[in-house]
Design a protein around this ligand. Structure first.
Ligand code: ACO
Length: 370
């Protein structure tokens, strides 16, 4: 008996996050994501994952200082950066550069200082790549800026507005972890073999790239831009569904009601997006939900996190081809925490497959094969 896509199969224990898909609830270490999104910064969430508790003021200051100190890139990564063609997809650039961070080091087990360094370096790598492809030198990270603000600064060279920082920081809080999603599972599988943190992160980035996981938000923006005006939404979306295309930003393996992150991001998008764009996005969402419920009533398809992620990241000033890689700026905290959890209670993850190939065959000598 196999379970396609491992749906509902429990293969690990985690104290990091819990997804209650029936009720539309997401918990990080006992805290409801709605409360966290209102009250804490990305760095506080990272502390919660890595140290098991929300930080005191002194602990938060210490973690911010540590993150800021780790923003320098090693020469190996800078050399690889210069070799990447400007046409490289940002998520591919990030996966390659994360591997380069580890170049020349002996195999060492994942540890917390590495988790902090890798999380600190992820936005720096990405911004350096974005500038390199535009023919610009990387900017020097600003130790006085937090994770979200420093990322935006490194991309544009300008101090971001409070609204931009709030939008991106809330996004980073919301996307930091999500149970045993595909990329986190990939990271834990690699960790279970005794490999290093950088290999775990590279595997996770490979999984995140796919449009059924983290590759959706730029496609959401493509869809909204292609629809262009509220009155076009129904015809465009009916056409896509008739061609058996998936509507990006809808549906989720876990949520059989609205994804709580989508609701928070919708509220944020209302605040930070241009009113005309928000109205169009909302019409596209309403139309998509109506058509999906009409055509697939049994599937219970709702808005997922990627739909309004696109709007929020767009309003924060990020180019759309950076959206998937920006997901990793947040999720690196969750991946690294899962990897540390895995290595603390490790047994190699090695499931089985049902063999459905041919029965016993005899080997025919090469020259006699038809
Ligand atoms: N648009 C149209 N049809 C859909 C959609 C959608 N967005 N989502 C699911 N369906 C349909 C499928 O075609 C399938 O029908 P079929 O059995 O006739 O082929 C049925 O609903 C069930 O879909 P599955 O892929 O089996 O559902 P699953 O739970 O495995 O997949 C997934 C979830 C991959 C997210 C899916 O809903 C999807 O492809 N959504 C669009 C892409 C997207 O938004 N990805 C981002 C996900 S959020 C994240 O990972 C951070």
């Amino acid at each position: 008996m196999i379970t396609q896509g491992l749906e509902g199969v429990i293969v690990a224990q985690t104290a990091l996050s819990r997804v209650d898909g029936a009720r539309g609830v997401l918990i990080y270490r006992g805290y409801d994501i709605r409360d966290l999104a209102r009250a804490v910064s990305f760095e506080e969430v990272a502390h919660l994952f890595w140290y098991g508790a929300l930080p005191t003021r002194a602990q938060l200051d210490a973690l911010k200082k540590q993150l800021a100190q780790q923003r320098t890139l090693p020469d190996a990564a800078l050399n690889v950066l210069r070799a990447l063609p400007p046409t490289t997809a940002p998520i591919d650039a990030l996966r390659t550069l994360v591997s380069a961070l580890d170049a020349g080091r002996p195999l060492t087990p994942p540890d917390l200082p590495q988790a902090i360094a890798l999380t600190a370096q992820t936005p720096v790598l990405l911004a350096a790549f974005d500038r390199a492809r535009r023919g610009l030198a990387p900017l020097t990270p600003r130790p006085d800026l937090d994770h979200a603000a420093n990322y935006l600064y490194l991309l544009s060279g300008e101090i971001p507005t409070t609204a931009q920082v709030r939008a991106l920081d809330t996004y980073l809080v919301l996307l930091a972890d999500h149970g045993l999603n595909a990329s986190t599972f990939a990271a834990r599988v690699v960790a279970s073999t005794g490999s290093d943190l950088y290999s775990c992160a590279a595997a996770a980035l490979g999984a995140l790239k796919g449009p059924l996981h983290g590759g959706a938000p730029s496609r959401v923006l493509d869809m909204i831009e292609a629809i262009g005006a509220e009155e076009n939404a129904e015809t465009w979306m009916r056409g896509a569904l008739a061609r058996k295309e998936r509507l990006m930003g809808f549906g989720h393996r876990m949520y059989k009601t609205t994804d709580p992150r989508a609701e928070i991001l919708r509220g944020l998008a209302r605040d930070v997006c241009a009113p005309a764009f928000f109205a169009l996005a909302q019409r596209v969402e309403e139309t998509g939900l109506r058509l999906l419920h009409e055509q697939r009533p049994a599937e219970r398809l709702y808005t997922n996190v990627e739909f309004y992620s696109a709007a929020v990241l767009h309003a924060a000033g990020l180019p759309k081809d950076l959206f998937t890689a920006t997901f990793a700026v947040s999720r690196m905290s969750g991946w690294t925490a899962h990897v540390l959890e895995q290595v603390n209670h490790n047994r190699i993850i090695r499931p089985d497959a049902e063999y459905v190939g041919p029965a016993a065959q005899s080997v025919i000598p090469l020259d006699q094969r038809a």
